[in-house]
Design a protein around this ligand. Structure first.
Ligand code: BEZ
Length: 212
């Protein structure tokens, strides 16, 4: 078991999945990645989450993000469950689900929280940048399904702030004005952001979305 923190390198692994044996780093290539765990196969909330993730794949593709899910059941079970997900959620599951029967990956990523449940994984999310550093870690209990709009929103923020000296304010969404990084002086910011910089306070400077 390891405790992973933001900025750590995501551990590599090779695992059996619903799409055969896959190596995590090979699967990601130069893309961003999202790895998310589910408590168990044939459970209701997970069924809706995986159906939703499948419907969002085009949006993840647009952002160059590859998805990989995990559940602690076997690949045969996953593939039977996928038929149910496709039927009940009117979709086609289009990304691999790790069959983590020996809990190798769950332990590597600390996805089992014994005080919540000592055998099943909680709903963990790891977002990994192309350099394999971990950019986001989220942990939800089994009883709360994740919001995939929020995952896309946070990926938009992570990608914007990776390439521009900005941060995104509360409730920001793609295209909104952003905050100038505190490390830049207002004078320098005016050169860096030609669309303009509004100094509300010396420490609170806003600029329009710099990427478009
Ligand atoms: C679910 O995915 O529905 C679920 C799994 C474990 C506990 C509670 C709900």
């Amino acid at each position: 078991m390891s405790t992973l923190r933001l900025g750590d390198i995501a551990p590599d692994f090779t695992a059996n999945t619903s799409q055969g044996t896959l190596n995590f780093y090979d699967y990601l290539g130069d893309s961003w990645g999202i790895l998310f765990s589910h408590p168990a196969d044939f459970t209701p909330v997970c069924t809706t989450e995986l159906g939703t993730a499948s419907k969002f794949k085009e949006e993840f593709d647009k952002r160059n993000v590859k998805m990989m899910a995990l559940s602690v059941d076997g690949a045969d079970s996953h593939n039977k469950w996928i038929l149910d997900i496709n039927e009940t959620q009117q979709t086609v599951v289009n990304f691999p689900i790790i069959a983590d029967e020996d809990k190798k990956v769950s332990n590597l990523y600390d996805m089992i929280h014994p005080n919540a449940d000592d055998t099943l994984t909680v709903r963990s999310v790891f977002i990994v940048a192309p350099d394999k550093s971990i950019k986001l870690i989220l942990t939800y209990p089994a009883s709360t399904g994740r919001n995939f709009y929020e995952l896309l929103r946070v990926i938009d923020s992570l990608q914007l702030t990776a390439y521009h000296k900005v941060a995104t304010p509360a409730n920001w969404k793609n295209g909104d004005a952003v905050v100038v990084s505190p490390s830049i002086s207002t004078e320098d910011a005016k050169d860096i952001f030609p669309k303009g910089v509004e100094e509300i306070k010396p420490y609170l400077r806003m600029t329009p979305d710099p990427k478009s």
